[in-house]
Design a protein around this ligand. Structure first.
Ligand code: ADE
Length: 263
């Protein structure tokens, strides 16, 4: 039997939660800069009485927007270095703990990504990921190789993609902002249009705990362009975040009053 909540199977699964209106959305956002405008837009408040273990840097904002309870969680700042805890390790832990504590109907992983112009991505584009996979988990042993890549279809949302006119593409995830030759080959094999540092890890947790996940990724840098990635990323981060948050708001407006099976 196909697993529920993945690809088209979720909408067809007959599971009750796929047919009742979505009332609880969890945003997982890696960087504070990406999250802040959305926190303001949805008028969310930081929750000091953390549902998370004592001492973790994870931050939660919550509130009600239209008919939905919204939580935005961020991995927060590294306790030693003070920078955002980007990457798959923090994202996985945060996703697991947040699902356990908040029991969301739907997760939205919103964030920035590198885009490939050869696959039609430009700065400021906002993509909905159709598939996710890893590009830095090389295990050259039969079957372990497939496990490492961890390719999976995302929760299918054809109505959302059409209504909001979002670009749709495959997302490849790794723990580096830059791209070595081995990663590049894997990204090509994954047929990815966009590249991030959290998506496939959050998809894995969603799959484990049977929660559908949408991936909304805004392009800050052109990976196959001429500019150094880190420079282009920092240069475009604030402007592109505005596009991301606008798209995220439209997504929530579209979701409001609908069930997962209507997306
Ligand atoms: N986030 C934004 N740009 C990125 C890139 N080039 N690689 C991974 N994550 C990113």
């Amino acid at each position: 039997m196909a697993p529920p909540h993945h690809g088209k199977a979720a909408a067809d699964s007959g599971n009750d939660s796929t047919h009742r209106p979505i009332s609880n959305i969890l945003f997982i956002i890696a960087m504070q800069t990406e999250a802040s405008p959305l926190v303001n837009k949805f008028e969310l408040a930081e929750e000091p009485d953390s549902v998370f273990p004592k001492g973790v840097p994870w931050v939660r904002y919550s509130g009600k927007y239209k008919d939905v309870n919204i939580n935005i969680v961020c991995p927060g700042k590294d306790t030693t270095l003070g920078v955002d805890c980007v990457g798959t390790v923090s994202a996985s832990l945060l996703a697991y703990a947040s699902i356990q504590a908040l029991q969301p109907d739907l997760i939205i992983n919103a964030g920035t990504a590198g885009g490939f112009k050869a696959k039609g991505a430009s700065i400021g584009d906002v993509f909905l990921a159709s598939d996710v996979a890893f590009h830095d988990r090389r295990i050259p042993i039969p079957v372990f190789d497939l496990y490492g890549v961890g390719c999976r279809k995302t929760f299918s949302t054809p109505n959302l993609a059409k209504e909001l006119n979002l670009k749709v593409g495959k997302l490849s995830t790794g723990d580096s902002l830059d791209m070595c030759a081995e990663d590049e080959a894997a990204i090509l094999a994954n047929d990815a249009t966009i590249k991030d540092m959290e998506g496939a890890a959050i998809a894995y947790v969603g799959h484990l705990l049977n929660v559908p996940v949408l991936f909304l990724k805004a392009v800050t840098d052109v990976v196959d362009g001429d500019k150094p990635t880190s420079e282009e990323f920092l240069q475009n981060l604030n402007a592109v975040t505005i596009a991301l948050d606008l798209a995220a708001t439209k997504v929530v407006d579209f979701i409001n009053g609908k069930s997962c099976s209507e997306l």
